[in-house]
Write a protein that binds this ligand. Structure first.
Ligand code: CU
Length: 268
C-alpha cells in the first residue's frame, strides 16, 4: 500500500496501532454477536446483520483509507445505543451473570465497542495529522482497565453459574418455572395433582405457550389425555398460570417461538 500525502477522500495510509486496534475490536464484536446467536440457539436476523456489518466495517478500516476508523467508532457507538436503548435482550444478558456464556460474550461485545469508539477516534485523528502515529501513552492503561473489567465479570459469572453450590441452593417457589430469553430455567417441574403451574418471564420476552413439545427443531403440538388445555398463551413480562393439572402423569408444554423450549410437567 502506498502512503499518499494528499488529503483526498480515498487517500490511504498504512495502518497505525490504533487502526489495527479498531479493526481488531470490530472483528471481535462480529464474532461475539455470532457466538451469542449460537448460544441462544435461535437465528435472529438482526443479530446476523450486525455481526456481518461489523466484519465489513473491519474490512473497511483495514483498507487504510484515512477516515474509515471513524466509521468503526460510529459502529461502536451504535452497538451501545442500539443495544441498550432498544434491545432489552442485552440488558437481560448483562444483568444475568448466572447465564454464563451469553453474559460473558455480551460484556465482551460492549467492552470491544468501547475500544472501537476510542481507538477509532484516535486513529482517525492521527491519520489526518503529521508525525508519527504511535499508540498514545494512555493506551496500555486503557486496555488494562477494560481487560480487568472483562476478567472480573467472568469471575463473577463463574461464581454464580447454575450448578455452583450457592446457586443450586437458591430457593425456588414450588409450582413456579422461570423463563429466560429463549428457554425455561429448568427442563422439568413436579407439581401436586390438582394444582396450577406458574410461568414467570424473567425479562419481557415474548413466549407463546402451547400443549406439545419440540422434537429437535420441529414443533409438535399435541395434548396428552387429561392435560389442561394450553393454547397459544402469550407471555411478555410478568407471568401466567396454567392448569389446574387434575390428572397424574407427565405433560409437555412448549414455546412455539423458541426451538427447544419445552417443559415437562410431572403431576403427582
Ligand atoms: Cu419462548
Amino acid at each position: 500500500m502506498k502512503t499518499t500525502d494528499q488529503q483526498g477522500v480515498l487517500s490511504r495510509v498504512p495502518l497505525s496501532f490504533m487502526g489495527w486496534l479498531t479493526a481488531g475490536s470490530l472483528v471481535g464484536i462480529g464474532i461475539g454477536f455470532w457466538l451469542l446467536m449460537m448460544m441462544i440457539g435461535v437465528t435472529v436476523v438482526a443479530i446476523a446483520i450486525i455481526a456481518v456489518a461489523s466484519i465489513v466495517m473491519a474490512g473497511l478500516v483495514l483498507t487504510g483509507v484515512r477516515w474509515t476508523p471513524a466509521l468503526g467508532a460510529l459502529f461502536g457507538a451504535g452497538v451501545w445505543i442500539g443495544g441498550l436503548s432498544s434491545q432489552q435482550y442485552s440488558l437481560y444478558h448483562l444483568t444475568h451473570p448466572q447465564e454464563g456464556g451469553p453474559f460473558i460474550v455480551s460484556v465482551l461485545i460492549y467492552v470491544l465497542a468501547i475500544v472501537a469508539i476510542v481507538a477509532g477516534i484516535a486513529a482517525t485523528m492521527q491519520n489526518y495529522r503529521r508525525g508519527a502515529r504511535l499508540a498514545p501513552r494512555w493506551t496500555s492503561a486503557f486496555l488494562g482497565v477494560l481487560a480487568g473489567f472483562v476478567v472480573g465479570a467472568t469471575v463473577v459469572s463463574l461464581l454464580v453459574l447454575p450448578g455452583n453450590t450457592r446457586a443450586a441452593q437458591a430457593p425456588t417457589e414450588p409450582g413456579t418455572v422461570h423463563m429466560g430469553i429463549a428457554s425455561f430455567s429448568q427442563p422439568t417441574v413436579t407439581i401436586a395433582k390438582g394444582s396450577m403451574l406458574k410461568l414467570v418471564d424473567d425479562g419481557s420476552f415474548l413466549h407463546i405457550i402451547t400443549n406439545g413439545a419440540w422434537d429437535g427443531s420441529t414443533p409438535k403440538s399435541a395434548s396428552e389425555p387429561g392435560a389442561p388445555v394450553v393454547k397459544d398463551r402469550q407471555v411478555k413480562g410478568g407471568g401466567i398460570t396454567i392448569g389446574p393439572f387434575n390428572t397424574a402423569g407427565t405433560f409437555s408444554i412448549y414455546c412455539t417461538v423458541h426451538p427447544g423450549m419445552t417443559l415437562k410437567v410431572i403431576v403427582q
